[in-house]
Design a protein around this ligand. Sequence first.
Ligand code: P1T
Length: 415
Amino acid sequence: MPINRSLAATSGAPLRSTVPHSKAPMTRIREHDLDHALATRAVHAGQVDDPLAGAVMTPIYQTSTYRQTAIGEHKGYEYARTQNPTREALERNIASLEGATYGFAFGSGLAATDTVLKLLKSGDHVVCGDNVYGGTHRLMERVYSAFGLKISFVDMRNTANIDRAITPTTRLVYCETPTNPMMFLADLSAIGDLTQARGLLFVVDNTFATPVFQRPLTHGANIVLHSTTKYLNGHSDMVGGILVTSRDDLAERIGFLQNAAGGVPGPMDCWLALRGTKTLPLRMRQHDANGRQLAAWLTEQRQVTKVYYPGLASHPQHDLAKRQMSGFGGMVSFDVGEVGLAHRIAKSTKIFALAESLGGVESLIGHPASMTHASVPPAMRQAMGLTDSLIRLSCGIEEAADLMADLDAAFHTRA
Ligand code: P1T
C-alpha cells in the first residue's frame, strides 16, 4: 500500500476550522498511520509533505499564528499553542508507534505528567509506584498534594500492593516499568485487569522500554506517557513529553488541558523528536545489545555487589520481563557497596559522561541518590535499595567493548 502523506489527508485542509473555540484540539492518527510494521511506521507515520516545495521531511512550522482569509476562515490552524503541523506530525507518529488513536505533545515529560494529574480533582487519590523518576515523585508530593490530591506510593512489583492501597476515592494508578533507576517491573496485564475491574485510570510511563520493546495499551493501560527527551528523541538535543491514548473522552480532556494550560513544545523541538523516532527501532537494538553485554559483564566484576537489569536471568522478574517486553533496553543500574567507590567511578569514566538524563546515542553515567532521585526522601530511597553506592548507566550505541574498557579503567582508579 502506498504511503499517503498529503496535507489534505492530514487535516482535510478545511477552509473553515474544524475546531470550534469551545472544543479541544485533538491530534488523531489517520487510518494509514497504522499501516506497515513498526520500523516503517517509525519513519513514515504521522508525517506530512511540504505543500509548498514537496520537502520529504516534515517542515518546522516556526510560526506563532496563521493568516485567516476572513474571520473564522482558515486552514484549520489558528494559533500555535492550539495547533501546529510539526507538533501534530510528532503526535501522530508516536501515537502510531504505541498503537494509540490520539497523541498530545508537551514541553517536557513532567509537563505531560502534570497534565495527567490535572485530569483529577482535589480529594482524589492516586496510587503511584514507589520507584518512579524523582521529578515525578516531587511533582506529586510537593505540588499536587497542596492542591488536595492524595498520593500513596506502593511497591508495584506485587500487584496485590496496588489492590490493598485502593480506597473509595482512588481514581488513578500511575506506573513506571521498568522503573528508574531500580529496574523493577510491574505486571501490566495484571494491573490492567485490576484497574478495569475497579474503574480506575491506568497510566504507564513507557520512557525506559519505548514502544519498540513494550506497548502498555495492549495490556490495558489507558494512557501512555513518555519523556521524549530520552529514547524517542535519542540525541540529547531537546526536552519534551507526550501522552497517547485511544479513549475519546480522555483525548478530549487532555486536548482541552494542552490548550487551556498551554504546556506545549516548540516546533523545533517537535521536529528534533520526530527526526529521532525515525531511527528508534534501529537505535533500540543497539542500546539493548549493549545493555545486555554490560549487565552480564558487571555481574563478573569483583567491585560490583548487585546488578539491576531485567534481561539478566538472575533478575527476580526476568520471566515477567520476557512476557511483556520484547527487549530489555540500555538502562543498567549496579551497586558497588561503598559510597566513595561509587563517586570515584562516576567521575572517572571517559566515554560515559557523568550527566542527568538517559536514552541518547551517547553513554551516560549517573548517581541517582544525589542526582535524579535527590528529591526522594532518603528513607524511601534506602527501603527500595536505592543506596548512596548505586550507579545508573544509560548505555549508548557505542561499541560495547569500548564501554566495558571505560568502566574497567574507572573501577581501577585509585582514591
Ligand atoms: O525530564 P523530563 O522530560 O521532564 O521527563 C521526566 C521523566 C519522566 N519519566 C521518566 C521515566 C524519566 O526518567 C524522566 C526524566 N528523567 C531524567 C531526567 C533522568 O535522568 O532520569
